[in-house]
Write a protein that binds this ligand. Sequence first.
Ligand SMILES: Cc1ncc(COP(=O)(O)O)c(C=O)c1O
Length: 404
Amino acid sequence: MTDTFNTDLFATRLSNVETSAIRELFKVLGKPGIISFGGGFPDPKSFDVEGIAQAAQQALQDHPVAALQYGATEGFEPLRAEIAALMGAKGASIDASDLIVTTGSQQALDLLGKTLISPGDKVIVEGPTFLATIQCFRLYGAELITAPVDANGVDVDALEALVAQHKPKFVYLIPTYGNPSGATLSLERRKRLLNMAVQTKTLLVEDDPYGDLYFDAPPPPSLLALSQDVPGSRSHLVHSGSLSKILSPGLRVGWMVAPQALLAKAAMCKQFSDANTSTFAQATAACYLASGRLDEALTKVRAIYAQRAQCMCDALERELGDAISFTRPLGGLFVWAKLTGANGAPTDSAALAKRAIEQGVAFVPGAPFFANNPDHSSLRLSFATMSEDLIEAGVLKLKQALLG
Ligand SMILES: Cc1ncc(COP(=O)(O)O)c(C=O)c1O
């Protein structure tokens, strides 16, 4: 069909945002024969289909009206209580009323944009950070400032200096198994951050969809859990979580823990946006969490991801040697790597991505994950959905594309 839409009608705020370079890549990811290290999806084979089917049945039996009717914008009460218990088991003591359920944690980010960002406001993000966050905050007119990240997460010295200089509306961080950095913020840095938040009255946003996906040992406690030990810090902290990476992204169940005044405004904005997160999905999620099956499902999936991560890191070291550098992730779904240029090998990951697709392997070039000063030598490789055989075959194809 010929498209004759008058594009002058688009709101000016859309000019702050470009279509993601990664969306273009997604078009090739599903093509037969492509080994994909590109997506950020969990492994579909990890879905506890039987457990979710039982939970859905249970939801209709136990809550036939609540699961099919409109619901409270703040969320289905039994689910809010289950999520509070889930967070409590990880050391963050919160009440159900301290959180609202969101349609994926993506909606929590959108609600933060709606409630907090006026055009021109400064927001500090990590470099690199989650691409959808960059786009969402820019849509609301934020001026994004980038704080550097190393293997131990955000560089707190640099962040403190940026906070002092820019006095941002808030600081957005993915402290645990970051997407795409794979990095984990050390315990010492977490404590420093919370103290900085209190001293400088700076709002911190902790986005934590991956914290449960650890390999050998659990990560340091979340900022939310640690905030109990830092008087006053809870007033400067927002935490978002999600069932997407630990149960199913299709349920679209996430949540946001925040000070009451912010939760109330976020709930008001959610009212105008989707009124409530699917009550059927919420009731199903509540029944699933109450069934106690999550622990077993997580134990299985952690072991699978740990093996795949190790397989990918071993293969990258073996095949690409010093042409690539990376830190082995301790959890999550991603290896974040840099092309070093050793022995004259190319360093532009976008050019490499094109050659890699010709060889039959896809990954995501790193530059779009930077709000400023993109690092064109960086790339994100996901090990989550490929078997170990395919990971090894994919790394060989990558070697072919990089070293010929
Ligand atoms: C860091 C981060 N935050 C938020 C999300 C959004 O997840 P969801 O809306 O499925 O909960 C993702 C998804 O990939 C992510 O990587």
